[in-house]
Design a binder for this molecule. Structure first.
Ligand code: NAD
Length: 498
């Protein structure tokens, strides 16, 4: 079987080395192999990007943006094909895969505004005959390392913006579901991007370490789990690189006694079980203020969780597909076993789900735990599966303390009709992305995405205005043109307008 190949300098390349299996998680079968890059292959991509850089950095931003317009059109024309590839290798439903792609395309639209966002800043007459401006220049060769759970959207958070800002890019996508990511990169070349500006190397730790070690790579954008984010941030910054490393999450939804419960339940169902809980913004903890809310919530959730339509992601009209791999499914199931042992009440047990005709698929039914307490592992750790934990508290303050004490701070939300409670929550919660009656507050492309605490290492969030700052460096230029025949005496005092 010919493996999925690297895209280097505009060509598909197989390094004839190690490979990894790519599964169809709905059937449990290996459907593809993917080539894993060694250091020499990564270096080829770096060399191609370096050679492409001088011409690309000098290409007018408006011309770079025109390529992004064509790229957006190609993504839209190929939407169904891309969604099918995502669904086939990741397992998420076709509707969910389409939604992911559409949110990714938003970032291409934002990148189309390059001439506007790269205008810089200008001040005339900062001193006598002196004008000053700040220019935002590209960094050079930059790289992105992305997770399995959004094979289309998360790479699109990175390279359209990096490239439109004048950089050359090397993407190391997840080796678990690389096909849609590769196809999308090929479409960018089809849109007219010069060879070498965008390269894809598949791989694992070896490829990532080669990117970290390479002095030519000036910046690293990472999205994935917290231990790897922390590693990449430490190793990258140690070598003087600019690094933004987005990590894991444990997102809490607070349900106030005055919440519109029926709508909150619908929102929670999608946010906890959509994509099988394999979203960094998935709600995995419902914090109920008062036993009454908790009892009512459980009563409403149970029948809906039991009625979840689960099957092969590529079939239509489903709520949930399988988990990404058998190994991950077993890990999530292990958490459920753990929660029971620690004394949480398993109200809905999805462990024995069998999908008829797909007995070897990596399926797990929706699970619901009640009476979860903060010292339990199922509360502390990211499960990344279809498991929702209910924690009961007696006040909003207690709910907020709980969230603020958690090591992660990616997303959170509050369901309430009380503006004062919502305002206090937005002001004082130590989380990077907050929703009020919005369960998945993923910022649109013209804002920026990022968590707090151990959900993000680095200063700048992903995409949007922070993304532009991340992929450019400021150059401040101060310029004086004296009138002819002016003769100035030397000044020894520090120049000022005083
Ligand atoms: P992961 O950390 O296992 O892998 C992410 C990337 O790192 C992959 O490209 C992988 O090949 C590479 N990698 C894995 N092990 C490595 C190692 N030892 N050294 C160097 N590179 C390594 O994450 P995943 O399982 O693919 O994705 C799920 C995780 O990503 C979850 O924790 C989720 O919360 C997180 N995530 C976070 C965000 C966010 O924006 N904060 C978004 C999506 C996913």
């Amino acid at each position: 079987m010919r493996p999925i190949e690297h895209l280097i300098n505009g060509e598909l390349i197989n390094n004839n080395g190690r490979t990894a299996d790519v599964f169809n998680p709905s059937t449990g079968e290996v459907i593809q192999k993917v080539a894993l890059a060694d250091c020499a292959t990564v270096q080829k991509a770096i060399d191609a990007a370096q050679i492409a850089f001088p011409a690309w950095r000098n290409t007018p931003p408006a011309k770079r943006a025109q390529i992004m317009y064509r790229f957006k059109q190609l993504l839209e024309v190929n939407e169904a094909r891309i969604a099918r590839l995502i669904s086939q290798e990741h397992g998420k439903t076709l509707e969910d895969a389409t939604g992911e792609l559409k949110r990714g395309i938003e970032n291409v639209e934002y990148a189309c505004s390059a001439p506007e966002i790269l205008k810089g800043e200008y001040s005339r007459n900062v001193g006598p005959n002196i004008d000053a401006w700040s220019d935002f220049q590209p960094l050079g060769v930059v790289a992105g390392i992305t997770p399995f759970n959004f094979p289309a959207m998360v790479p699109l958070w990175m390279y359209p913006l990096a490239i439109v800002c004048g950089n050359c890019f090397i993407l190391k996508p997840s080796e678990r579901d690389p096909s849609s990511t590769l196809l999308i990169a090929e479409l960018l070349l089809e849109a007219g991007l010069p060879k070498g500006v965008m390269n894809v190397v598949h791989g694992d730790k070896e490829a990532v370490d080669a990117l970290i070690a390479a002095p030519e790579v000036k910046a690293l954008s990472f999205v994935g789990s917290t231990p790897i984010a922390e590693y990449i941030y430490a190793e990258g910054t140690k070598r003087g690189k600019r690094v933004q490393a987005l990590g894991g999450a444990k997102n809490h939804a607070v349900l106030m006694p005055d919440a519109d419960l029926d709508n909150a339940v619908s929102a929670l169902m999608g946010a906890a079980y959509g994509s099988c809980g394999e979203r960094c913004m998935a709600i995995s903890v419902a914090v109920c203020v008062g036993d009454q809310v908790a009892d009512a919530l459980v009563a409403k959730l149970v029948p809906q969780i039991k009625a979840l339509k689960i099957g092969a992601g590529t079939s239509c009209g489903l709520d949930m597909g399988p988990l990404v791999t058998g190994q991950h499914r077993d890990k999530v199931r292990g958490y459920v076993d753990d929660g029971l042992q620690e004394g949480a009440e398993l109200v809905v047990d999805g462990r024995n789900l069998v999908v008829s005709g797909l007995e070897s698929g990596f399926f797990l039914g929706g699970c619901l735990f009640d009476h979860v307490t903060p010292e339990m592992r199922i509360y502390q750790e990211e499960i990344f599966g279809p498991v929702l934990c209910i924690v009961r508290v007696s006040s909003l303050e207690e709910a907020m303390r709980l969230i603020n004490d958690h090591e992660y701070g990616n997303g959170t939300c509050i369901f309430t009709r009380d503006g004062e409670a919502a305002r206090l929550f937005c002001d004082e919660i130590e989380v990077g992305m907050v929703g009020v009656n919005v369960p998945l507050p993923v910022p649109v492309a013209y804002h920026s995405f990022g968590g707090w605490k151990r959900s993000l290492f680095g200063d700048l969030h992903a995409y949007g205005p922070d993304g532009v700052r991340f992929y450019t460096r400021r150059k401040a230029i101060t310029q004086r043109w004296l009138k002819r025949a002016t003769q100035e005496a030397a000044q020894f005092a520090f120049p000022s307008n005083g």
